[in-house]
Design a protein around this ligand. Structure first.
Ligand SMILES: O=c1ccn([C@H]2C[C@H](O)[C@@H](CO)O2)c(=O)[nH]1
Ligand SMILES: [Zn+2]
Length: 140
């Protein structure tokens, strides 16, 4: 257990790897899964959903955030992302758009765990991945 929350990192990583199996990625063949923990202790999962009109595809992180919001969650407490293939040993870090979408519901110290399907892991904070970010408070 890496913090005081009863949901462990490995539970979140397992949920993200499981979500990868539901990816709809016939164009890139690059499956990604995300699992996030909200302020109610609930886990929300998502996978990437591609489209024949390529730019309309959505990322796993975006899909998990939509699930959280639709379930009434408002805060991302921790998020795990799993993606890639055995062939490539570069971890699948969230794209720029998803970093900003995570930013909307997370704090600078929110942990983002990146896992490869072969068991490699790295932990970042949101501030590591999106320093000096723009958020809701900028609009006040
Ligand atoms: O963090 C990431 C990076 C990429 N993708 C998806 C988008 C596209 O469907 C595929 C290849 O870029 O992976 C995600 O879902 N999350
Ligand atoms: Zn993305």
């Amino acid at each position: 257990m890496s913090d005081h929350n009863p949901i462990s990192d490995s539970t979140l990583i397992t949920a993200a790897i499981d979500a990868m199996t539901r990816a709809y990625a016939p164009y890139s063949n690059f499956a990604v899964g995300a699992a996030l923990l909200d302020e109610n202790g609930q886990i929300h999962c998502g996978a990437n959903v591609e489209n024949a009109a390529y730019p309309n595809g959505i990322c796993a992180e975006t899909s998990a955030i939509a699930m959280m919001v639709n379930a009434g969650g408002t805060q991302i407490k921790r998020i795990a992302v799993a993606g890639g293939t055995d062939a490539v040993d570069i971890l699948c870090t969230p794209c720029g758009g998803c970093r900003q979408r995570i930013r909307e519901f997370a704090a600078p110290d929110t942990v983002i765990i990146i896992a490869s399907p072969v068991g490699e892991q790295q932990r970042f904070t949101l501030a590591d991945l999106l320093p000096h970010s723009f958020g809701p408070a900028n609009l006040n």
